[in-house]
Design a protein around this ligand. Structure first.
Ligand code: NAP
Length: 296
């Protein structure tokens, strides 16, 4: 069994991005700029956004966080998005989920200029992805594809079972793996809460992507010998022995599943870090597309 080490690959990608930024800056360009819009005080969101800021700065990007009170209206957020869309010093931005319930997340995502939509949640980018066109792809599934690629894991002809069909993880994951290209060409089964006898499918899988958000759901009896298992889940489990009062659990019962696998991602240290890596890569892509458009 080999670990798919998100920490190692994130460090590699940050180094590659830093080299690129230094080259662009030496040639007289400004560095790429990524902003995050944060509404309310959700603890996990604060942690994610702080981590995104730290990692962007480490690869030479300019990072901005725009914080808004929980009571901010949808109209005010839409106005802020318009300002960010029109800001030439900014290449990409994200609006951190979850948003307060009085704000429509999809309305907000659809207000983002598609060329700055580095989270890939805008409907135009979703449609382009489905058609295999150049687009911004949601960072978590994109990060998983990158992780498999960097470990030279072949997807062509493999049976991939994706558990979970959310807009941000499972569905785009199933599309990416089925696209006719070097990181796709898999036979994909997309499972969800209405799937009957899930184990029937997972036992046939060469690659399992577990993205359902149920702690330690995937057990050893559901996985065939030699499978590759990618654990997307992050659930906070109360644990009074930890400083923060909780531990993070994935969707996979790691200790019993890992010995059966050829490759497996740890939680933490796997997909979460690859999500950050892909967000940074998407920001670089937005920056490069922006300047190639300006120069053409
Ligand atoms: P979500 O929107 O809640 O979607 C969960 C999906 O799992 C749904 O499609 C649901 O089916 C399916 N599901 C639920 N119970 C199931 C069961 N017993 N059997 C089969 N399918 C089941 O969640 P999400 O946003 O995709 O996130 C999933 C997990 O990944 C969460 O733990 C989240 O925290 C984590 N996550 C991690 C990262 C990262 O960077 N590592 C990024 C995003 C999310 P229905 O559609 O039928 O309801």
């Amino acid at each position: 069994m080999q670990l798919l080490d998100g920490k190692k690959i994130l460090a590699e990608i940050k180094e590659e991005l830093l080299q690129k930024v230094q080259t662009y800056v030496q040639k007289g360009s400004r560095p790429p700029c990524l902003a995050a819009v944060l509404v309310g005080n959700d603890g996990a969101s604060q942690t994610y956004v702080a981590s995104k800021e730290k990692n962007s700065e480490q690869c030479g990007f300019v990072s901005r966080i725009l914080r808004f009170d929980e009571s901010t209206t949808e109209a005010q957020i839409l106005l802020e998005i318009e300002k960010l869309n029109n800001d030439p010093s900014l290449d990409g931005f994200i609006v951190q989920s979850p948003l307060p319930s009085h704000i429509s997340a999809q309305k907000v995502f659809d207000a983002i200029d598609p060329s700055k939509d580095v989270d890939g949640f805008n409907t135009l980018n979703t449609g382009k992805l489905a058609k295999g066109m150049n687009s911004f792809v949601p960072a978590t599934p994109l990060g998983i594809v990158e992780l498999l690629k960097r470990y030279k894991i072949e997807t062509s002809g493999k049976h991939c079972v994706v558990i979970g069909r959310s807009d941000i993880v499972g569905r785009p994951m199933s599309i990416l793996l089925s696209l006719p290209n070097a990181t796709g060409n898999a036979t994909v089964t997309l499972c969800h809460s209405k799937t009957q006898n899930l184990k029937n499918f997972t036992l046939q899988a060469d690659i399992i992507i577990a993205a359902l958000g149920k702690a330690e759901f995937l057990t050893a009896d559901m996985v065939k010998e030699g499978a590759i298992v990618v654990d997307v889940g992050i659930t906070r489990i109360e644990d009074k022995t930890k400083k923060l009062g909780f531990r993070l659990a994935g969707d996979v019962k790691f200790d019993e599943v890992a010995p059966k696998c050829s490759f497996i991602t740890p939680v933490p240290g796997g997909v979460g870090l690859m999500t950050i890596a892909s967000l940074l890569q998407n920001t670089m892509k937005a920056y490069e597309q922006r300047f190639s458009t300006l120069n053409s």
